[in-house]
Design a protein around this ligand. Sequence first.
Ligand code: NAD
Length: 278
Amino acid sequence: MDAGAERGGESFVGHENTKKNSLLILKDRIIIVTGGANGIGRALCRRFAVEGAKAIVVADVDAHGARSVADEVGGLPVATDVTRESDVRRLVQTTIDKFGGIDLFCSNAGIAVDGGEATPDADWRRSWDVNVMGHVYAARAVLPPMLAAGGGYLLQTVSAAGLLTHIHSATYAVTKHAALAFAEWISVAYGDRGIRVSVLCPQGVKTDMLARAAESGREFLLDTALEPERVADDVVKGIADERFLILPHPEVAEYFRRKAADYDRWLRGMRRLRAVTR
Ligand code: NAD
């Protein structure tokens, strides 16, 4: 029997009385985190363990890192390349076979490649495969069992770049916009059937990804960068509230409003920012 059915078909949607209490929301949940071996994903795994999750499946192409995080949180490591649909299917099936269902799938793995339109095709494709198809394969694999159980939760780690842009990476800006569009689409298509979706859209977070970007010497997000643990706090609150947009940097909401209100002015501002960080 799957986890949702064990709870009488209750999904996250069914927790009306306890909605604000994150500890109850995540307690006894069965959770998968892709990109769980490092950075934001690792912080999510650690936080879910504190929240009393029943099972934490740490999925990453970095098998060694996944094992070490799984050991730490009492979870299950599953070596997974999210760009391979067969890997993602196996990840979902392994979790169901072992724990009986999936309550929350955190599709968090992502990569960043610096550069503009001249970025080699291989990097464009790789970015698309990880940052977009990783979410698509996750949804394909996990929606049928979640729908059969009466509901479930998808968290997609996107980025503020999905709402705004990334001034030094065309591949990142484009693929993160696409990832956001996909999450919106899933929410519209399945929201009435018990599927909840949140997108995590931070600016800088102090992980290896940001450290690699900082090596280029033009990473302007360092000043406001957050610890991944802080981001994990916001994720837990966002899930408890069933909020679509999780913004660890709240100022991003204002930037997004300004972009919508006056696109040309916003583009001029972005050009100025690019010029001073070149
Ligand atoms: P990170 O590099 O520290 O961790 C990313 C993890 O994803 C790594 O463990 C890596 O092995 C894994 N991964 C990469 N490709 C994979 C694949 N094909 N299959 C499975 N796992 C794969 O980076 P992070 O900062 O923790 O990034 C996590 C997510 O947060 C990404 O989606 C990233 O785009 C997003 N993000 C990061 C920042 C930031 O400033 N760090 C800001 C906004 C959004």
